[in-house]
Design a protein around this ligand. Sequence first.
Ligand SMILES: C[S@@+](CC[C@H](N)C(=O)[O-])C[C@H]1O[C@@H](n2cnc3c(N)ncnc32)[C@H](O)[C@@H]1O
Length: 628
Amino acid sequence: MDPAETTATASVLLSLAPTAPPTPPPTLALVGQQQEDKEHQAAEEEDAFPIKVTMLPNKGRSYVATRTILPQELIFVAEAFGTTMCDPWLDCGICHYCWAEIRDRKAQIRLPSALTASAKGTRIGPGTETGSKEKKAGRGRKQETVMVFCDETCLEMYGPEVAEMICRVEDKIRRTWSDSGARAWKLKMEPCKESTAKVGPDTPSTSSATTTTAPHYSDLIKQALATADTKKRILELSDTDLALFLDTTWSAFDGLISEQESWLTHPTTTTASTNTTATNKNDNQRNTRQHSHTQAQCEALYPKLAKLLLEGNNQATIAPKTSDDDCETIRLISEILHRRQIDMRTATSGMMYEGTGVVIKQGRESVKALAIAVSNNDEKLAGSHGDLLRGGQRATFKDYCAMQSNELILFRQQLQEDIDSQDEQSDDDEQGQEQEGQDTQHKGYKHSQESRHDTSMRQWRTLISILPNHLLGCFYVYLRLRDAYLLLAYENATTPPSDTPSYQEHQITLSIDSTFFRTILYREVANSFGIRDSSDELLGFAVFPRASFFNHSCRPNIQKKRRQSSRAVRARQMEYWSTSVIKEGEECCISYGDISTGVGERRARLDDMYFFWCSCPRCLEEEELESI
Ligand SMILES: C[S@@+](CC[C@H](N)C(=O)[O-])C[C@H]1O[C@@H](n2cnc3c(N)ncnc32)[C@H](O)[C@@H]1O
């Protein structure tokens, strides 16, 4: 079958929207008829989708065939919800929306410089990139953060405000965290406030509007240590207890950060406009002084916090620059956060996706609840996924949350690696820590002279010393992101309205808390797909929530292909094709990366990267052959 032909057919199938029948008068007979029509339509739609999500023993959710599938059938097309381009390829002539190499340089649009003009009325001019492989290799990359798009259509599809936001976030992420800058802010070590200011994604971090009473971080640190006070004890925790331990640890981290943030002098838009319009010289001087002081504070806060919270007895040193890998992660998280906000806006305006927004717009708590529901109730969720598929191609944040979170398994893997790599000396340290932990718990009188803050900080250091380095790396990325959002929120609050960036007009909220951060971060792990160009070079990564239910087999019956981008098909989509006859009820599997190696190597790689020991028919056969 010709791929191009089936592509078109599948698009039609996937965008199957029920044709609205003329609205009849509400008589009982017609209500019955409508019901029948609906059932008929549902049965037809069921036919259109040859796969459904189901639970399989030891494999979690998986797609299985709902009918016999013939070879070379296009099963479905998934659209990326979040993407991130590998660092060396940024600004090298790959469109950030459709991921096509930009050949027609006249149609190239660049961000952020071109955005303001384009938002007002288009400035598409000749680009400066050649798009050559030499450039792609990363040579000649400029320092400024830019995103390039084929043209206005691609920019529009990507979302100009999201693109601008990502460029601005990236500029902040790449700033150097220097000691000299950090001197401007002295962390306040006064007795802590009892009520912890919680800054959530729906509460801009510079706003003091919402404060919820949450346990104080000092209690949370104690609670985490009471759950487990050595690496080995953490490893022994059940899933539920480990989840609680991580929740408590991250909440303590949030509490420590939020307390310091709450000491900042908050800039307000009122002050900003007063500053620009005041005729009184003294007022102007006072405001300018206050602003420059606050800006210095904002710039210094997070570098200081990183030193205070991540260094200490863990012998970690804080990198002044964010690594390229971390920038890629942050770009992905930012895009997903902003897409969620667009979902919310769409839901609020009641335009599309009924149902979805009702849950999501309630904010952080709903996402937490949703994440818990997903992990506790996979079966129920699996059942509802047929609806998601039928709903159309465009994924939403709810779909993203439905993906498997790999936080616990990744944490255990990293902790085990840390333990394995410990030498005898560190084993001694561990025993020392164990002793110290017990001392902290049972012989509190030893430190009776300490202030409450000092005690908390000492206990915090004990806590981070038993966490895997990988988690400290996640803490660092989180601080970087919050730092960027704080600085941007400050800029927004102090920018005169006429210079307001478009993302502010669109009300993209600049804030994140650890619940959202973890929700996004640990679902990307083992669920994202590499995006490659025609010569198989890795350009970046994308998350396709609805494709994330394909399990792996070393003898796959489904093949994924990047949808060829053209002016007619403007999308960053992945197609899934059958490669053989698949019987009704049979599992539909893709392969996760290279399967050309031997069984041992394959299994080790899958275990390391995707956290499972492959027992597919091919692995079992090869294992048996090897044992003969
Ligand atoms: C992209 S997700 C696939 C969907 C997943 N099963 C779920 O419930 O969301 C990848 C994860 O699925 C599981 N998985 C995939 N293929 C598997 C296989 N052949 N055997 C066991 N587990 C597998 C692993 O936990 C892996 O990290």
